[in-house]
Design a protein around this ligand. Structure first.
Ligand SMILES: Cc1cc2nc3c(=O)[nH]c(=O)nc-3n(C[C@H](O)[C@H](O)[C@H](O)COP(=O)(O)OP(=O)(O)OC[C@H]3O[C@@H](n4cnc5c(N)ncnc54)[C@H](O)[C@@H]3O)c2cc1C
Length: 433
Protein backbone atom coordinates (compact mmCIF):
# COMPACT_ATOMS: atom_id res chain seq x y z
CA UNK A 1 0.00 0.00 0.00
CA UNK A 2 1.03 3.59 -0.34
CA UNK A 3 0.40 4.99 3.12
CA UNK A 4 -0.74 3.70 6.51
CA UNK A 5 -1.62 6.05 9.36
CA UNK A 6 -1.44 4.90 12.97
CA UNK A 7 -3.35 6.93 15.58
CA UNK A 8 -1.53 6.69 18.92
CA UNK A 9 2.20 6.10 19.22
CA UNK A 10 2.34 4.11 22.44
CA UNK A 11 3.24 0.43 22.58
CA UNK A 12 0.34 -0.89 20.46
CA UNK A 13 0.68 1.86 17.83
CA UNK A 14 4.45 1.46 17.55
CA UNK A 15 4.24 -2.31 17.19
CA UNK A 16 1.53 -1.96 14.55
CA UNK A 17 3.77 0.57 12.75
CA UNK A 18 6.60 -1.98 12.83
CA UNK A 19 4.34 -4.56 11.13
CA UNK A 20 3.03 -2.00 8.61
CA UNK A 21 6.50 -0.77 7.66
CA UNK A 22 6.99 -3.99 5.68
CA UNK A 23 3.84 -3.45 3.63
CA UNK A 24 3.47 0.33 3.12
CA UNK A 25 5.59 2.87 1.29
CA UNK A 26 5.19 5.14 4.27
CA UNK A 27 3.79 4.84 7.79
CA UNK A 28 2.71 7.96 9.70
CA UNK A 29 2.28 7.73 13.47
CA UNK A 30 0.16 10.50 14.99
CA UNK A 31 0.31 11.11 18.74
CA UNK A 32 -0.59 14.02 21.03
CA UNK A 33 2.88 13.73 22.56
CA UNK A 34 6.11 14.45 20.72
CA UNK A 35 7.48 10.95 20.29
CA UNK A 36 11.00 12.27 19.82
CA UNK A 37 11.18 13.44 23.43
CA UNK A 38 12.41 10.52 25.55
CA UNK A 39 11.07 9.49 28.96
CA UNK A 40 7.69 9.70 30.66
CA UNK A 41 4.93 11.48 28.80
CA UNK A 42 1.43 12.73 29.62
CA UNK A 43 -0.33 10.59 26.97
CA UNK A 44 0.50 7.47 29.01
CA UNK A 45 -0.45 8.29 32.61
CA UNK A 46 0.10 4.65 33.64
CA UNK A 47 3.78 5.06 32.69
CA UNK A 48 4.87 5.56 36.31
CA UNK A 49 3.40 2.22 37.37
CA UNK A 50 5.22 -1.10 37.42
CA UNK A 51 4.91 -2.88 34.06
CA UNK A 52 5.69 -6.56 33.69
CA UNK A 53 6.81 -7.79 30.31
CA UNK A 54 5.37 -11.31 30.11
CA UNK A 55 7.58 -13.95 28.46
CA UNK A 56 5.05 -14.18 25.59
CA UNK A 57 5.52 -10.46 24.90
CA UNK A 58 9.29 -10.69 25.20
CA UNK A 59 9.25 -13.48 22.63
CA UNK A 60 7.21 -11.33 20.22
CA UNK A 61 9.48 -8.30 20.74
CA UNK A 62 12.53 -10.45 19.93
CA UNK A 63 10.79 -11.57 16.74
CA UNK A 64 9.95 -8.01 15.71
CA UNK A 65 13.30 -6.54 16.79
CA UNK A 66 16.02 -9.21 16.86
CA UNK A 67 18.42 -8.43 19.75
CA UNK A 68 15.74 -6.52 21.71
CA UNK A 69 16.68 -8.19 25.01
CA UNK A 70 20.41 -7.52 24.55
CA UNK A 71 19.76 -3.87 23.76
CA UNK A 72 17.35 -3.49 26.67
CA UNK A 73 20.00 -4.89 29.03
CA UNK A 74 22.58 -2.50 27.51
CA UNK A 75 20.18 0.34 28.43
CA UNK A 76 19.87 -0.92 32.01
CA UNK A 77 17.03 -3.47 31.94
CA UNK A 78 17.65 -6.52 34.12
CA UNK A 79 17.42 -10.12 32.93
CA UNK A 80 14.79 -12.25 34.61
CA UNK A 81 15.40 -15.91 33.72
CA UNK A 82 13.23 -18.48 35.60
CA UNK A 83 15.82 -19.03 38.36
CA UNK A 84 15.91 -15.26 39.10
CA UNK A 85 12.12 -15.11 39.54
CA UNK A 86 10.25 -15.95 42.72
CA UNK A 87 6.55 -16.24 43.10
CA UNK A 88 4.38 -16.73 46.18
CA UNK A 89 0.73 -17.70 46.45
CA UNK A 90 -0.92 -16.95 49.79
CA UNK A 91 2.54 -16.86 51.40
CA UNK A 92 3.65 -20.23 49.94
CA UNK A 93 6.71 -20.18 47.70
CA UNK A 94 5.98 -21.71 44.30
CA UNK A 95 8.27 -24.22 42.59
CA UNK A 96 10.79 -22.84 40.10
CA UNK A 97 10.10 -24.19 36.62
CA UNK A 98 13.41 -24.99 34.90
CA UNK A 99 13.41 -24.05 31.23
CA UNK A 100 10.51 -21.57 31.59
CA UNK A 101 10.69 -18.70 29.09
CA UNK A 102 12.94 -15.74 29.90
CA UNK A 103 11.75 -12.26 30.67
CA UNK A 104 13.13 -8.81 31.35
CA UNK A 105 12.60 -6.23 34.05
CA UNK A 106 12.75 -2.52 33.34
CA UNK A 107 10.63 0.57 33.79
CA UNK A 108 7.76 1.21 31.39
CA UNK A 109 9.53 4.30 29.91
CA UNK A 110 12.64 2.17 29.24
CA UNK A 111 10.70 -0.60 27.46
CA UNK A 112 8.49 1.79 25.50
CA UNK A 113 11.51 4.01 24.71
CA UNK A 114 13.43 1.10 23.23
CA UNK A 115 10.46 0.00 21.12
CA UNK A 116 10.12 3.61 19.94
CA UNK A 117 13.81 3.88 19.01
CA UNK A 118 13.56 0.66 16.97
CA UNK A 119 10.44 1.80 15.12
CA UNK A 120 11.33 5.44 14.51
CA UNK A 121 14.65 4.46 12.98
CA UNK A 122 12.83 2.63 10.17
CA UNK A 123 13.30 4.85 7.09
CA UNK A 124 9.63 4.79 6.05
CA UNK A 125 8.14 5.64 9.48
CA UNK A 126 7.36 9.31 10.26
CA UNK A 127 5.57 10.99 13.14
CA UNK A 128 3.17 13.90 13.49
CA UNK A 129 2.58 15.52 16.88
CA UNK A 130 -1.15 16.25 16.82
CA UNK A 131 -4.49 15.25 18.28
CA UNK A 132 -6.49 12.98 15.99
CA UNK A 133 -10.06 14.28 15.71
CA UNK A 134 -11.83 12.03 13.22
CA UNK A 135 -11.79 9.83 10.15
CA UNK A 136 -12.37 10.62 6.49
CA UNK A 137 -14.44 8.15 4.46
CA UNK A 138 -14.75 7.56 0.75
CA UNK A 139 -18.04 5.62 0.65
CA UNK A 140 -17.45 2.44 2.65
CA UNK A 141 -13.68 2.88 2.73
CA UNK A 142 -11.64 4.81 5.31
CA UNK A 143 -9.51 7.16 3.26
CA UNK A 144 -7.77 9.30 5.86
CA UNK A 145 -7.73 10.96 9.26
CA UNK A 146 -8.37 14.44 10.57
CA UNK A 147 -6.18 16.00 13.20
CA UNK A 148 -5.59 19.25 15.00
CA UNK A 149 -2.34 20.85 16.00
CA UNK A 150 -2.12 24.21 17.81
CA UNK A 151 -5.68 25.12 16.77
CA UNK A 152 -4.99 24.31 13.10
CA UNK A 153 -6.78 21.39 11.44
CA UNK A 154 -5.08 19.01 9.02
CA UNK A 155 -5.83 15.78 7.20
CA UNK A 156 -3.68 12.84 6.22
CA UNK A 157 -4.72 10.44 3.47
CA UNK A 158 -4.32 6.74 4.14
CA UNK A 159 -4.90 3.32 2.58
CA UNK A 160 -5.15 1.85 6.05
CA UNK A 161 -5.85 3.57 9.39
CA UNK A 162 -4.94 1.90 12.69
CA UNK A 163 -6.62 2.99 15.91
CA UNK A 164 -4.11 2.61 18.77
CA UNK A 165 -5.46 5.44 20.96
CA UNK A 166 -5.77 3.30 24.07
CA UNK A 167 -8.75 2.46 26.26
CA UNK A 168 -10.26 5.96 25.92
CA UNK A 169 -10.18 5.85 22.11
CA UNK A 170 -13.04 7.77 20.50
CA UNK A 171 -13.18 5.55 17.42
CA UNK A 172 -16.64 4.22 18.40
CA UNK A 173 -18.01 7.81 18.52
CA UNK A 174 -16.44 8.63 15.19
CA UNK A 175 -17.95 5.55 13.57
CA UNK A 176 -21.40 6.35 14.96
CA UNK A 177 -21.18 10.00 13.89
CA UNK A 178 -20.36 8.89 10.35
CA UNK A 179 -23.39 6.58 10.24
CA UNK A 180 -21.61 3.31 11.03
CA UNK A 181 -22.49 0.93 13.85
CA UNK A 182 -20.96 1.42 17.25
CA UNK A 183 -19.28 -1.69 18.69
CA UNK A 184 -20.69 -3.15 21.89
CA UNK A 185 -18.45 -2.36 24.85
CA UNK A 186 -18.22 -5.03 27.53
CA UNK A 187 -16.98 -3.92 30.93
CA UNK A 188 -16.05 -5.71 34.10
CA UNK A 189 -15.69 -3.43 37.10
CA UNK A 190 -12.58 -4.31 39.07
CA UNK A 191 -11.95 -1.08 41.07
CA UNK A 192 -8.26 -1.75 41.36
CA UNK A 193 -6.01 0.55 43.37
CA UNK A 194 -2.39 0.43 42.29
CA UNK A 195 0.61 2.00 44.01
CA UNK A 196 4.21 1.97 42.81
CA UNK A 197 7.37 3.22 44.51
CA UNK A 198 11.07 3.24 43.70
CA UNK A 199 13.85 2.22 46.09
CA UNK A 200 17.64 2.36 45.84
CA UNK A 201 19.03 -1.11 45.13
CA UNK A 202 22.25 -1.98 46.93
CA UNK A 203 23.14 -5.22 45.08
CA UNK A 204 24.37 -4.70 41.53
CA UNK A 205 23.44 -8.27 40.58
CA UNK A 206 20.70 -9.41 42.94
CA UNK A 207 19.90 -13.12 43.11
CA UNK A 208 16.19 -12.49 42.50
CA UNK A 209 15.23 -9.83 39.99
CA UNK A 210 11.46 -10.36 39.80
CA UNK A 211 9.49 -11.30 42.93
CA UNK A 212 5.70 -11.59 43.03
CA UNK A 213 3.37 -12.39 45.90
CA UNK A 214 -0.35 -12.87 45.34
CA UNK A 215 -3.02 -13.23 47.98
CA UNK A 216 -6.03 -15.08 46.65
CA UNK A 217 -9.51 -13.81 47.59
CA UNK A 218 -9.93 -16.64 50.14
CA UNK A 219 -7.24 -15.00 52.36
CA UNK A 220 -9.30 -11.77 52.58
CA UNK A 221 -5.97 -9.88 52.81
CA UNK A 222 -6.25 -6.10 52.34
CA UNK A 223 -3.39 -6.12 49.82
CA UNK A 224 -4.27 -8.39 46.90
CA UNK A 225 -0.69 -8.63 45.74
CA UNK A 226 2.72 -7.04 45.69
CA UNK A 227 5.73 -7.31 43.43
CA UNK A 228 9.16 -5.84 43.02
CA UNK A 229 11.49 -5.81 40.06
CA UNK A 230 15.15 -4.86 39.69
CA UNK A 231 15.15 -2.06 37.11
CA UNK A 232 17.61 0.29 35.45
CA UNK A 233 19.79 2.80 37.33
CA UNK A 234 20.28 0.59 40.38
CA UNK A 235 16.68 0.74 41.56
CA UNK A 236 13.94 -1.54 42.76
CA UNK A 237 10.47 -0.82 41.52
CA UNK A 238 7.85 -2.12 43.95
CA UNK A 239 4.11 -2.20 43.53
CA UNK A 240 1.11 -3.25 45.54
CA UNK A 241 -2.54 -3.51 44.63
CA UNK A 242 -5.83 -3.63 46.50
CA UNK A 243 -9.45 -3.78 45.39
CA UNK A 244 -12.49 -1.61 46.14
CA UNK A 245 -11.96 0.25 49.43
CA UNK A 246 -8.52 -1.25 50.02
CA UNK A 247 -6.06 1.39 48.88
CA UNK A 248 -2.68 0.17 50.06
CA UNK A 249 0.39 2.37 49.88
CA UNK A 250 -1.16 5.82 49.68
CA UNK A 251 1.64 7.26 51.84
CA UNK A 252 5.32 6.26 51.93
CA UNK A 253 4.90 5.02 55.53
CA UNK A 254 1.94 2.85 54.61
CA UNK A 255 3.71 1.50 51.51
CA UNK A 256 6.81 0.46 53.44
CA UNK A 257 4.81 -0.96 56.35
CA UNK A 258 2.72 -3.11 54.04
CA UNK A 259 5.77 -4.34 52.10
CA UNK A 260 6.96 -5.84 55.38
CA UNK A 261 3.76 -7.93 55.56
CA UNK A 262 5.03 -9.87 52.53
CA UNK A 263 7.66 -12.69 52.40
CA UNK A 264 11.27 -11.97 53.51
CA UNK A 265 12.56 -10.84 50.07
CA UNK A 266 10.24 -7.83 50.34
CA UNK A 267 11.84 -6.76 53.61
CA UNK A 268 15.14 -5.98 51.90
CA UNK A 269 13.32 -3.57 49.59
CA UNK A 270 11.36 -2.07 52.49
CA UNK A 271 14.66 -1.43 54.31
CA UNK A 272 16.12 0.45 51.32
CA UNK A 273 15.99 4.18 50.66
CA UNK A 274 12.70 5.28 49.10
CA UNK A 275 13.28 7.45 46.02
CA UNK A 276 10.59 10.06 45.36
CA UNK A 277 6.87 9.76 45.99
CA UNK A 278 4.52 6.81 45.88
CA UNK A 279 2.58 6.94 42.58
CA UNK A 280 -1.00 5.74 42.78
CA UNK A 281 -3.42 4.80 40.01
CA UNK A 282 -7.06 3.78 40.09
CA UNK A 283 -8.27 1.40 37.42
CA UNK A 284 -12.05 1.15 37.30
CA UNK A 285 -12.72 -1.62 34.84
CA UNK A 286 -11.53 -4.07 32.25
CA UNK A 287 -13.21 -3.30 28.93
CA UNK A 288 -13.39 -4.69 25.44
CA UNK A 289 -14.98 -3.44 22.26
CA UNK A 290 -16.30 -6.17 20.02
CA UNK A 291 -15.49 -4.80 16.56
CA UNK A 292 -15.56 -8.36 15.18
CA UNK A 293 -19.32 -8.55 15.86
CA UNK A 294 -20.24 -5.50 13.74
CA UNK A 295 -22.21 -6.39 10.64
CA UNK A 296 -21.15 -3.11 8.97
CA UNK A 297 -17.56 -2.00 9.38
CA UNK A 298 -15.61 0.29 7.02
CA UNK A 299 -12.71 -1.00 4.95
CA UNK A 300 -9.21 0.35 5.55
CA UNK A 301 -9.55 0.44 9.33
CA UNK A 302 -8.17 -1.75 12.14
CA UNK A 303 -8.13 -1.20 15.91
CA UNK A 304 -5.32 -2.59 18.11
CA UNK A 305 -4.14 -2.67 21.73
CA UNK A 306 -6.10 -1.22 24.64
CA UNK A 307 -8.48 0.45 22.17
CA UNK A 308 -9.88 -3.06 21.62
CA UNK A 309 -9.37 -4.63 25.03
CA UNK A 310 -7.77 -3.41 28.23
CA UNK A 311 -7.50 -5.73 31.18
CA UNK A 312 -7.01 -5.66 34.91
CA UNK A 313 -3.34 -4.62 34.97
CA UNK A 314 -2.33 -7.03 37.74
CA UNK A 315 -2.08 -9.77 35.12
CA UNK A 316 0.43 -7.74 33.08
CA UNK A 317 -1.15 -8.61 29.72
CA UNK A 318 -1.37 -5.24 27.89
CA UNK A 319 2.02 -5.00 26.17
CA UNK A 320 2.01 -8.68 25.28
CA UNK A 321 -1.52 -8.49 23.89
CA UNK A 322 -0.47 -5.45 21.81
CA UNK A 323 2.50 -7.41 20.44
CA UNK A 324 0.17 -10.28 19.50
CA UNK A 325 -2.20 -7.83 17.75
CA UNK A 326 0.81 -6.67 15.70
CA UNK A 327 1.54 -10.31 14.86
CA UNK A 328 -2.11 -10.68 13.70
CA UNK A 329 -1.73 -7.55 11.55
CA UNK A 330 1.42 -8.93 10.03
CA UNK A 331 -0.26 -12.28 9.24
CA UNK A 332 -3.25 -10.46 7.72
CA UNK A 333 -1.09 -8.20 5.53
CA UNK A 334 1.20 -10.99 4.35
CA UNK A 335 -1.81 -12.72 2.82
CA UNK A 336 -2.18 -9.71 0.48
CA UNK A 337 -5.75 -8.70 1.42
CA UNK A 338 -7.97 -6.37 -0.58
CA UNK A 339 -7.81 -3.20 1.54
CA UNK A 340 -11.00 -1.91 -0.04
CA UNK A 341 -12.86 -4.63 1.87
CA UNK A 342 -13.37 -4.62 5.68
CA UNK A 343 -10.45 -6.29 7.49
CA UNK A 344 -12.57 -9.23 8.71
CA UNK A 345 -9.67 -11.70 8.54
CA UNK A 346 -7.65 -9.43 10.83
CA UNK A 347 -10.53 -9.03 13.28
CA UNK A 348 -10.99 -12.82 13.38
CA UNK A 349 -7.30 -13.40 14.17
CA UNK A 350 -7.32 -10.66 16.78
CA UNK A 351 -10.43 -12.10 18.41
CA UNK A 352 -8.49 -15.26 19.32
CA UNK A 353 -5.95 -13.14 21.21
CA UNK A 354 -8.57 -10.92 22.85
CA UNK A 355 -10.77 -13.86 23.90
CA UNK A 356 -7.78 -15.68 25.39
CA UNK A 357 -6.52 -12.73 27.43
CA UNK A 358 -10.03 -11.62 28.40
CA UNK A 359 -11.09 -15.08 29.58
CA UNK A 360 -8.03 -15.36 31.80
CA UNK A 361 -8.29 -11.92 33.31
CA UNK A 362 -12.05 -11.86 33.83
CA UNK A 363 -12.34 -15.42 35.16
CA UNK A 364 -9.80 -14.55 37.87
CA UNK A 365 -11.60 -11.25 38.58
CA UNK A 366 -14.97 -12.96 38.98
CA UNK A 367 -13.59 -14.65 42.10
CA UNK A 368 -13.04 -11.26 43.80
CA UNK A 369 -15.56 -10.60 46.57
CA UNK A 370 -16.59 -7.14 45.31
CA UNK A 371 -17.14 -8.27 41.69
CA UNK A 372 -20.71 -9.34 40.97
CA UNK A 373 -20.63 -10.81 37.49
CA UNK A 374 -21.82 -11.33 34.87
CA UNK A 375 -21.00 -14.99 35.59
CA UNK A 376 -20.77 -17.23 32.49
CA UNK A 377 -22.56 -20.57 32.33
CA UNK A 378 -20.68 -23.30 34.22
CA UNK A 379 -18.79 -20.69 36.24
CA UNK A 380 -18.81 -22.59 39.55
CA UNK A 381 -17.30 -25.69 38.00
CA UNK A 382 -14.68 -23.78 36.00
CA UNK A 383 -13.84 -21.82 39.15
CA UNK A 384 -13.28 -25.06 41.04
CA UNK A 385 -11.04 -26.43 38.26
CA UNK A 386 -9.03 -23.18 38.09
CA UNK A 387 -8.51 -23.25 41.82
CA UNK A 388 -7.18 -26.83 41.62
CA UNK A 389 -4.75 -25.83 38.88
CA UNK A 390 -3.59 -22.64 40.63
CA UNK A 391 -3.07 -24.54 43.91
CA UNK A 392 -1.06 -27.21 42.12
CA UNK A 393 1.29 -24.59 40.64
CA UNK A 394 2.76 -24.16 44.13
CA UNK A 395 4.16 -27.70 44.30
CA UNK A 396 3.96 -29.36 40.88
CA UNK A 397 6.43 -28.44 38.14
CA UNK A 398 4.39 -29.95 35.26
CA UNK A 399 1.23 -28.00 36.18
CA UNK A 400 3.22 -24.85 36.90
CA UNK A 401 4.93 -25.07 33.49
CA UNK A 402 1.62 -25.28 31.61
CA UNK A 403 0.04 -22.59 33.74
CA UNK A 404 3.02 -20.25 33.28
CA UNK A 405 2.94 -20.78 29.51
CA UNK A 406 -0.73 -19.76 29.47
CA UNK A 407 -0.60 -16.77 31.83
CA UNK A 408 2.47 -15.45 30.01
CA UNK A 409 0.47 -15.60 26.74
CA UNK A 410 2.83 -18.13 25.12
CA UNK A 411 0.02 -20.73 24.97
CA UNK A 412 -3.75 -20.63 24.50
CA UNK A 413 -5.83 -21.16 27.70
CA UNK A 414 -7.30 -24.33 26.14
CA UNK A 415 -3.97 -25.95 27.00
CA UNK A 416 -5.16 -25.99 30.63
CA UNK A 417 -8.59 -27.45 29.90
CA UNK A 418 -7.26 -30.93 29.07
CA UNK A 419 -8.26 -33.86 31.32
CA UNK A 420 -4.59 -34.87 31.80
CA UNK A 421 -3.70 -31.41 33.12
CA UNK A 422 -6.67 -31.32 35.50
CA UNK A 423 -5.99 -34.85 36.80
CA UNK A 424 -2.30 -33.97 37.23
CA UNK A 425 -3.30 -30.94 39.30
CA UNK A 426 -5.71 -32.98 41.47
CA UNK A 427 -3.03 -35.61 42.11
CA UNK A 428 -0.46 -32.94 42.98
CA UNK A 429 -2.85 -31.34 45.47
CA UNK A 430 -3.58 -34.70 47.11
CA UNK A 431 0.18 -35.35 47.41
CA UNK A 432 0.72 -31.89 48.90
CA UNK A 433 -1.86 -32.57 51.60
C1 LIG B 1 -1.79 0.83 36.25
C2 LIG B 1 -1.48 0.04 35.02
C3 LIG B 1 -0.51 -0.95 35.07
C4 LIG B 1 -0.24 -1.72 33.94
N1 LIG B 1 0.68 -2.72 34.02
C5 LIG B 1 0.96 -3.46 32.95
C6 LIG B 1 1.93 -4.50 33.01
O1 LIG B 1 2.45 -4.83 34.08
N2 LIG B 1 2.24 -5.16 31.86
C7 LIG B 1 1.62 -4.88 30.67
O2 LIG B 1 1.94 -5.51 29.66
N3 LIG B 1 0.68 -3.92 30.59
C8 LIG B 1 0.33 -3.21 31.68
N4 LIG B 1 -0.61 -2.22 31.59
C9 LIG B 1 -1.28 -2.00 30.29
C10 LIG B 1 -0.39 -1.20 29.35
O3 LIG B 1 -0.07 0.04 29.92
C11 LIG B 1 -1.08 -1.02 27.98
O4 LIG B 1 -1.70 -2.22 27.61
C12 LIG B 1 -0.07 -0.63 26.91
O5 LIG B 1 0.38 0.66 27.13
C13 LIG B 1 -0.61 -0.69 25.48
O6 LIG B 1 -1.59 0.25 25.37
P1 LIG B 1 -1.90 1.06 24.02
O7 LIG B 1 -0.66 1.34 23.28
O8 LIG B 1 -2.99 0.35 23.35
O9 LIG B 1 -2.50 2.40 24.64
P2 LIG B 1 -1.84 3.50 25.55
O10 LIG B 1 -0.55 3.03 26.11
O11 LIG B 1 -2.87 3.95 26.52
O12 LIG B 1 -1.50 4.67 24.54
C14 LIG B 1 -2.46 5.40 23.83
C15 LIG B 1 -1.72 6.43 23.00
O13 LIG B 1 -2.64 7.12 22.19
C16 LIG B 1 -2.37 8.51 22.24
N5 LIG B 1 -3.64 9.18 21.95
C17 LIG B 1 -4.82 9.03 22.59
N6 LIG B 1 -5.77 9.79 22.01
C18 LIG B 1 -5.17 10.42 20.98
C19 LIG B 1 -5.63 11.34 20.00
N7 LIG B 1 -6.91 11.76 19.94
N8 LIG B 1 -4.73 11.77 19.09
C20 LIG B 1 -3.45 11.37 19.11
N9 LIG B 1 -2.97 10.50 20.01
C21 LIG B 1 -3.82 10.03 20.93
C22 LIG B 1 -1.82 8.74 23.63
O14 LIG B 1 -1.04 9.92 23.71
C23 LIG B 1 -0.99 7.47 23.84
O15 LIG B 1 0.31 7.63 23.37
C24 LIG B 1 -0.93 -1.46 32.72
C25 LIG B 1 -1.89 -0.45 32.66
C26 LIG B 1 -2.18 0.28 33.80
C27 LIG B 1 -3.26 1.31 33.73
Amino acid sequence: MDKAVVLGGSVAGLLAARALAEHAQSVVVIDRDDLHVPGRRPGVPQGTQLHALLPGGFLQLERLFPGFGRQAVAQGAVEAPPEARRSYLDGRLKVVVPGDADSLAGSRPLLEGLIRQQVLRLPNVKTITARATGLVFDGAVTSGVRYEVGGTAGTENADLVVDAMGRSSRLSDWLEQAGWERPEMRRMSVHLNYATALFRRRADKPQHTVVLALNSPRTSAAVAGAAFFAIEDGRWMAMMAGYADNRPGRTPEDFVRRLREFPPEFHEVADSELLGDVQTYRHADSRRRDFHKLSRFPAGLVPVGDAVASFNPVYGQGITAAALHAACLSTYLRAGPDLRQPAREFLALQQVVVDAAWSMSTSADLALPHVDGPYPRGYRFSRWVSRQIVDATVTDIATARRFNDVVSLCEHPNALARPGVILGALRANLRAR
